[in-house]
Design a protein. Structure first.
Length: 213
């Protein structure tokens, strides 16, 4: 049976306190393991540039079996690295404190953890069913041209980094999504920053996506 609203509110420690909304993954600083060039042996290598890319961190040191991240308070967080077999090779994964093997660690209030431990949501999970085609179509447009917007002429093919076949595939996919946008999905959530609207994959083309830190 559903709990009545009054009872639910009464049981809260501070009924007036509003909970912080769950943050959006795309807008949270994160470390992708493939960006770090993990060594294939047990010797630790320091990454002096780590603070330039991830402002929350002061120092990082990596070996094939472990990653150590130090922040500005001097706290060091250690993550094991595992190399499960994928296809014909091996691929590195961080092991989060919860035991999950992940490729990306998120930094929230100075603490590194996986997406689930950080309680993050993907932007698409925040969207309603009406909003989602708009988000997807915007990402495809930004992949072709970062200034492009829905309602304006479709961007031209990037000259050197894409084949016509790929371009036509993306164009038809984006236009199909745009035709699905209804009046209800006209606006995206106002929690989204431009970062959320950046493409997340390279859509099987040779064009590279800016890796999001
Ligand atoms: Zn975790």
């Amino acid at each position: 049976m559903l709990t009545p609203k009054q009872l639910r509110m009464a049981k809260r420690r501070n009924p007036r306190a509003r909970r912080e909304p769950r943050p959006i993954a795309e807008q949270t600083t994160s470390i992708l393991i493939y960006d770090l060039h993990i060594p294939h042996n047990y010797r630790f290598v320091a990454l002096p540039w780590v603070g330039l890319r991830y402002p929350e961190l002061r120092h990082a040191s990596l070996a094939g079996h472990q990653a150590q991240f130090t922040d500005y308070t001097g706290r060091t967080q250690v993550f094991a690295i595992k190399w499960p077999r994928v296809g014909f090779g091996f691929r590195p994964y961080f092991v989060c404190t919860c035991g999950r093997q992940v490729t990306r660690l998120y930094i929230r209030y100075g603490t590194l953890s996986c997406r689930r431990c950080s309680r993050l949501l993907y932007a698409s999970q925040v969207c309603s069913r009406q909003m989602r085609p708009r988000l997807q179509a915007t990402r495809i447009r930004h992949f072709l041209d970062s200034m492009s917007e829905i309602g304006k002429p479709f961007p031209r093919k990037p000259k050197t980094t894409m084949r016509f076949k790929t371009y036509n595939r993306l164009k038809s996919r984006a236009l199909a999504l745009e035709s699905k946008i209804t009046r209800k999905g006209q606006h995206l959530s106002n929690r989204f920053s431009t970062r959320t609207l950046w493409p997340r994959t390279n859509y099987n083309s040779r064009r590279t996506v800016l890796s999001l830190g």
